[in-house]
Design a protein around this ligand. Structure first.
Ligand code: AMP
Length: 312
């Protein structure tokens, strides 16, 4: 049993209403691995970095049970760099810079020990690379989930369509779901996305929670109402990492388990936004997670009461 996570390991420069940071550690696979490792330990990372990426970041992940054997280091090149600026409401942001650097010609070669993984998470990355990883699996993983981003819709839509046909579940945010389908209604958008391939669709709505769609079933999870969102970068990847980490731990992906996984992912994302970059993810304890899950439980519990015309 193992979980393979494929995505970027990067440097980010961020501007939020709370401040500015220049070159901190980021990347979709970084966030996903930190989140998943709270629930599940046999994680195998696939990514590419330049000679400028600190070895200690990989050592920290290794301490959490994340193997970095599948992370290629291109010594003479620079790591992927992304820069973003958040608007006042923190739900929307502008991408300022995307420097692909090592990612431009990334052609991952999966170590032998990765090729029989049980669960596969394709974090945000070039859709052609996501496909290449699926194609290198000796046996099809039980569940393949993918994330994506407007950037890839703009420059690699054909590849993205192909990748979507190969996966079971897609996670994307509301803006991306609308961009992908041209549908404003998220219910209609999810329906249309399912027709493109994935049987399950998760739409994240930032501070408004997340929706899980499968067949005629829908599950709606809240986001924790936080007084301050410090930096939402990576919240989506963190959500997805927590989601698949729970599924891998349970080794089950029934709709009921997926509902819990949505909450487990939301809990992780609620930590991620409390500090810049993945810093908060590195320090949370089991007790913090337990307390946070209790808050989610309180948030969603209510007594159902049925009134009739007679007893009103
Ligand atoms: P999120 O806020 O969940 O969308 O993820 C932000 C993270 O994704 C940052 O740490 C970036 O380094 C990384 N990222 C930004 N753009 C891309 C891209 N086009 N492909 C892959 N990863 C990206």
């Amino acid at each position: 049993m193992s979980l393979v996570i494929v995505g970027t390991m990067a440097f980010d420069a961020l501007e939020t209403p709370f401040g500015k940071v220049d070159r901190i550690i980021g990347g979709s696979a970084t966030y996903a691995a930190w989140a998943a490792s709270n629930y599940y330990h046999n994680i195998k990372q696939v990514s590419v970095v330049g000679g400028d990426f600190p070895q200690e970041e990989m050592d920290l992940l290794a301490d959490r049970g994340v193997s970095c054997e599948g992370v290629e280091i291109k010594k003479d090149e620079k790591s992927f760099f992304w820069s973003g600026r958040y608007h006042e409401d923190m739900n929307t942001r502008d991408t300022l810079v995307t420097d692909l650097n090592v990612l431009a010609d990334f052609n991952p070669v999966l170590p032998e020990s990765y090729q029989d993984c049980t669960y596969l998470m394709l974090a945000n990355l070039a859709p052609a690379v996501q496909q290449s990883v699926i194609n290198q699996m000796k046996t099809r993983p039980k569940l393949i989930i993918m994330d994506t981003m407007n950037f890839w819709m703009e420059i690699a839509m054909d590849d993205l369509r192909e990748t979507m046909k190969m996966v079971d579940l897609i996670v994307l945010n509301d803006g991306e779901a609308r961009q992908l389908t041209g549908q404003y209604s998220l219910v209609k958008a999810a329906q249309q996305i399912r027709e493109m391939g994935p049987k399950y669709v998760v739409i994240k709505k930032g501070e408004h929670g997340a929706l899980l769609f499968h067949e005629d079933k829908v599950f709606s999870a809240p986001a924790l109402p936080l007084e301050e969102v410090f930096d939402p970068t990576g919240a989506g990847d963190t959500f997805a990492g927590g989601f698949i980490g729970h599924i891998a731990k349970e080794d089950d992906f029934s709709f009921e388990t997926m509902k819990t996984a949505v909450i487990m992912g939301s809990a992780m994302a609620s930590f991620c936004v409390e500090k810049f970059g993945p810093e908060r993810m590195k320090e949370i304890t089991d007790a913090d997670i337990k307390q946070r899950l209790e808050r989610f439980s309180e948030l969603t519990n209510f007594n159902q009461v049925i009134y009739t015309k007679e007893n009103a």
